[in-house]
Write a protein that binds this ligand. Structure first.
Ligand code: ADP
Length: 476
């Protein structure tokens, strides 16, 4: 079997490997991928540092052309890359292809941004002096990504990093090296100078830690768990390294009495369970007012009964497997925690057997939950949602905000007044009205509040806040 190696200083290198396993069929090895050592990571950082002076001064046409070429190849190969994504991560084919096309849009967007770099020229407070405010690249950016969006998250970090003139050391999650390797291969062949983008696949505690510890990395962007994020932030602050974190969510979806029932059920089903619930924007807390509560629970349960959970690569599958045994154990643990806390398991929660050995879990819906239960306060990251019954809109809003996270939040209502009230008062970085809490555009800011995010927003033109540093120059 071919070994997919790391890319360090323009060379494919690495001997130690680890297998990439398909969660829909654990007998299927997707490929063998290099597993970097601490020394490999240090070499990659040195290569990125050496490449920075030239790349930071590269022309905008070079960056534009490269990013656009990358978008074109991703789009042209979206079926193949989407298939690889579904095979490696377990989301459905439609989700895999959709995510791949989104990555193409992200590269196109930042290809455009490269041509829109600008600054300000303003008069000084002192007559005769001119002031220019410009943005410069930060330097070497360390990119650490999770497994749940193996193409889109690397894309939305790598594209702006390169667009604004930074060099990159990229460490993907252990479970999804295939998509990372493919993306880096496309960028490499598009003509990136050596050392501008380095790929170091391997363990977080080894490769990620080497990046966090290195004085030669100028900024770290991380998406992953709260625990790892906090440790990274502490280490970055210690050495004054710029840091951006996207972490967990425990996103509320409020369903008010006047909601359109079909819309509310569609939005909840999609937001809570699609992508196997493995999205930091998943609607894991369904806060429902009592006038619609019973009808909503009955209708959602009916829909869940019909959902097809199976091999991600089968065309009819609506929910693929959980990503691996660890995550499955965590989901199953939380289901027993919920039962022990006194919540009612209204549907699902059983392990499922399919024709291939995989991590299949029936989506689980808890009802009669209290917001202070662990299943309502802690991120499960699986196809498990909790329904909390509330009296009215005021109680719903208070409960929605009573959580240490603040990534995304939603409301289903037919009332403009209520929609406006919730848009203004939900404590979250993103608010959705009659839409799932998950599923965002590529050209507008993404990020949250409280323990969900730290540092500047990602995506859209707001990405420049993290990937550039501002210079104010005075000339007499
Ligand atoms: P998850 O539970 O989603 O896997 P993690 O926070 O463990 O979340 O992982 C997100 C990313 O962080 C992965 O690429 C992982 O390898 C990396 N990582 C894990 N531990 C560390 C660490 N100590 N330093 C840097 N990166 C790490």
């Amino acid at each position: 079997m071919t070994i997919h190696q790391n890319l360090i200083g323009g060379q494919w290198t690495g001997t130690e490997t680890r297998p990439d396993i398909n969660p829909s069929n654990t007998n299927d090895v997707v490929g063998e991928f290099s597993s970097a050592t601490r020394q490999d990571a240090e070499q990659a950082i040195a290569a990125a540092k050496a490449a920075f002076p030239a790349w930071s001064r590269s022309g905008i046409m070079e960056r534009h052309t490269l990013l656009r070429k990358t978008a074109q190849e991703i789009r042209a190969r979206s079926d193949e890359i989407g298939y690889l994504l579904s095979r490696e991560e377990g989301k459905t084919l439609a989700e895999g292809v959709g995510e791949t096309l989104r990555a193409a849009q992200i590269f196109d967007f930042f290809a455009g941004e490269a041509l829109r770099l600008n600054g300000e020229a303003v008069p000084s407070a002192r007559p005769g002096i001119g002031v220019e405010v410009t943005r410069e690249p930060v330097g070497v950016v360390g990119i650490i990504t999770p497994w749940n969006f193996p193409v889109a998250i690397p894309a939305w970090k790598i594209a702006p990093a390169l667009c604004y003139g930074n060099t990159v050391v990229f460490k993907p999650a252990e479970l999804v090296p295939g998509c990372a390797w493919t993306l880096v291969d496309i960028l490499h062949r598009a003509g990136l100078p050596e050392g501008v983008l380095n790929l170091v696949m391997g363990e977080g505690a080894v490769v990620g830690q080497a990046m966090v510890d290195s004085p030669d990395i100028d900024a770290i962007t991380f998406t992953g768990s709260v625990g790892t994020g906090k440790r990274i932030a502490a280490a970055c602050v210690e050495r004054m390294c710029k840091v951006q974190l996207e972490m967990g969510g425990k996103n509320p979806l409020v369903i008010l009495d006047d909601a359109n029932l079909d819309t509310a059920v569609d939005v909840a089903l999609n937001g809570s369970f699609f992508s196997t619930g493995q999205r930091c924007t998943a609607s894991s807390r369904l806060i429902v007012t009592e006038g619609i509560h019973d009808r909503f629970v009955t209708a959602l349960t009916e829909r869940l009964r019909k959902v097809i959970v199976d091999d991600a690569l089968k065309p009819d599958t609506q929910i693929g497997p959980v990503v691996d045994q660890n995550q499955l154990d965590q989901d199953v643990d939380y289901i027993s925690i919920g039962k022990n806390e006194g919540a009612n398991l209204a549907f699902g929660g059983d392990l499922l057997n399919r024709s291939t050995p995989g991590f299949y879990l029936q989506p689980a819906l808890f009802t009669e939950c209290r917001n202070d239960m662990r299943i309502c306060q802690e991120e499960i990251f699986g196809p498990v949602a909790s329904v909390i019954r509330v009296r009215d809109a005021d109680e719903a809003l208070a409960m929605a905000n009573d959580i240490p996270f603040g990534l995304s939040a939603g409301v289903c209502t037919e009332s403009l007044k209520m929609a406006t009230h919730f848009k203004r008062n939900l404590e979250a970085g993103m608010v959705m009205v009659n839409l799932p809490t998950a599923g965002v555009d590529f050209h507008v800011p993404f990020g949250g509040r409280k323990a969900s995010s730290y540092g500047p927003r990602e995506q859209g033109s707001y990405a420049s806040e993290f990937y550039t540093t501002v210079k104010t120059a005075y000339t007499v």
